[in-house]
Write a protein that binds this ligand. Structure first.
Ligand SMILES: NC(=O)c1ccc[n+]([C@@H]2O[C@H](COP(=O)([O-])OP(=O)(O)OC[C@H]3O[C@@H](n4cnc5c(N)ncnc54)[C@H](OP(=O)(O)O)[C@@H]3O)[C@@H](O)[C@H]2O)c1
Length: 237
């Protein structure tokens, strides 16, 4: 198995010689949603060009896409046959990346990822919750926070299923403010959550107000509830 970092392969460049490859798990991406608004070419080079290069390795490909391919105007879970309509540059580059992945790929649309490494909402809230009495968190975006450990198990199961687009996200849904409260509760932190509107943050990129993902495809993996994912994540932190 080769676990490649950006230092090993900048995916905006053609792939290196890796010999025979049985399966590619392509998670590299431009994920700075706000930054993509002012640097669309750079974001596209990674999210579209990079995915095309991953496909050029010629092996079956698992590539990760996002709930941000939808505009968030629906009020029932998005399924695979819903028409994407991304509102942000990031969402548009990820949608084009899906096309670049080609026929030989499992395209895993997932949402609101968190885990025990790197920067993510859970780790940020744990830090802020220990430093402050109160944090302002948006309460007008609804989605399904998905634990990467549960996503990894589901991707393993997907490899037995046909290729194409799959919606793979935790059961249940909540707002970021609900999620922050749950994090403080589970972690035993006394920090309060002040519920704010997205507009108050004045971010450059629009976010979908509603982006719950569910699968309509037969045999789709069913993930545990996001709160179970949160508990599993906290155990590893
Ligand atoms: N986070 C979410 O909530 C979420 C939701 C839905 C879908 N996704 C998708 O899930 C995948 C993983 O997301 P994530 O949250 O784990 O992202 P992340 O934490 O930002 O990690 C992305 C990785 O890609 C690497 N990378 C960026 N540009 C690269 C380049 N030109 N060449 C090689 N590597 C490069 C980054 O390296 P550096 O560390 O060196 O920058 C980083 O290791 C992405 O496809 C993302 O679009 C994420």
């Amino acid at each position: 198995m080769h676990a490649l970092t950006r230092a090993d392969w900048d995916v905006t460049m053609p792939p290196p010689a890796l010999g025979t490859v049985e399966l590619v798990l392509h998670a590299a991406a431009w994920t700075d949603v706000d930054g993509a608004e002012s640097e669309p070419q750079e974001a596209a080079a990674v999210n579209v060009g990079g995915t095309q290069h991953a496909a050029e390795l010629g092996a079956p490909l698992v590539t990760f896409s996002t709930d941000y391919v939808f505009d968030g105007t629906k009020r029932a879970p998005y399924v695979e046959s819903d028409t994407p309509n991304p509102a942000s540059v990031y969402g548009r580059t990820k949608l084009l990346g899906e096309a670049a992945a080609g026929e030989n790929a499992w395209i895993v649309r997932t949402s609101w990822l968190f885990g025990w490494t790197s920067t993510n909402f859970v780790r940020t809230m744990l830090r802020l919750g220990a430093e402050r009495d109160e944090v302002g968190v948006v309460d007008d975006q609804r989605g399904s926070p998905t634990y990467v450990g549960h996503l990894a198990d589901a991707v393993h199961d997907l490899l037995e299923l046909p290729r194409g687009i799959w919606h793979v996200a935790a059961q249940g849904d909540c707002t970021w403010a609900d999620f922050a409260e749950a994090i403080f509760e589970e972690a035993g932190l006394a920090c309060r959550v002040r519920r704010i509107a997205t507009a108050e943050l004045g971010r450059p990129a629009p976010r979908p107000a509603y982006s719950v993902l569910r699968s309509e495809r037969p045999g789709a993996p069913v993930l545990p509830h996001w709160r179970e994912g949160l508990r599993a994540c906290l155990e590893r932190l």
